[in-house]
Design a protein around this ligand. Sequence first.
Ligand SMILES: [Zn+2]
Length: 280
Amino acid sequence: MPERQSTPKGPLDFTPAELERHSRQVLLPNVGAAGQARLANAAVLVVGAGGLGAPLARALVGAGVGRVGVVDHDQVALSNLHRQPPFVESDVGRPKVAALLAHLRALNSAAWLDGHEHAADAAFMAAQVPRYDIVCDATDDATTRLLLSDACKRAGRSLVSGAAQGWSGWMVHFPAHPGGPCQRCLHPHMAGSPAASCTGAGVIGPVPGLVAQMMALEVVRLLLEPARQQALESTLHLWEGQDMRLRGLTLRASLSCPHYSMVQEGARQGAAEQGVPHHG
Ligand SMILES: [Zn+2]
């Protein structure tokens, strides 16, 4: 189970300072104090603390998400500064997790932050994913993307995944529902392919920040409307910066996806046990 404060926050439990901090959000009719309490009681894990993960974690803490975890094992480099707020020159050479947590604590000294200075390997992610409500893939390599997606499907957690390269970016929510699409449905040939990363391919400064804010917005929406975490389909949002275009593509589970095959197998067995004929 995700770890939470011992006493969940109710809509009437905010201090005057907390209400003032979040007042512009609480004012919105579809947020209110009840919605703000949902955010305060939530735990979100951000994997990767670079151009996507660092501004994303900042946006989540800013929005009032109660517990934010960050995983990264890299150091801040001078070449990161053009696209990785809130890092500044004095952070260069520091571990990203330590530098980011210092900025997040300066933003909200009461935020519950988990820093994981660790590689996002399979065993570590299998242990960490169940401790959070929602996981964010802010990494830039194919192997980590797949193992994160698999860990989320196994643990029944929504995964919000983003990428930025060149002038383009994309963001997608892979629902927690076992029959919903996952990274293997979207990229069936990803395994073993050297995915292009910002490091190797280059990226225009503002694009990762834009994708990071789209990811943060999606996390907030999923926390305010938890039923969306159990959707059977999703939308892949593609941003093309050179002509300022945002496109949406509907995404469903692929028949050849190993996770989806397991769901189908389970449904067939259930139908057989109940004597119900299975079609398709
Ligand atoms: Zn899949």
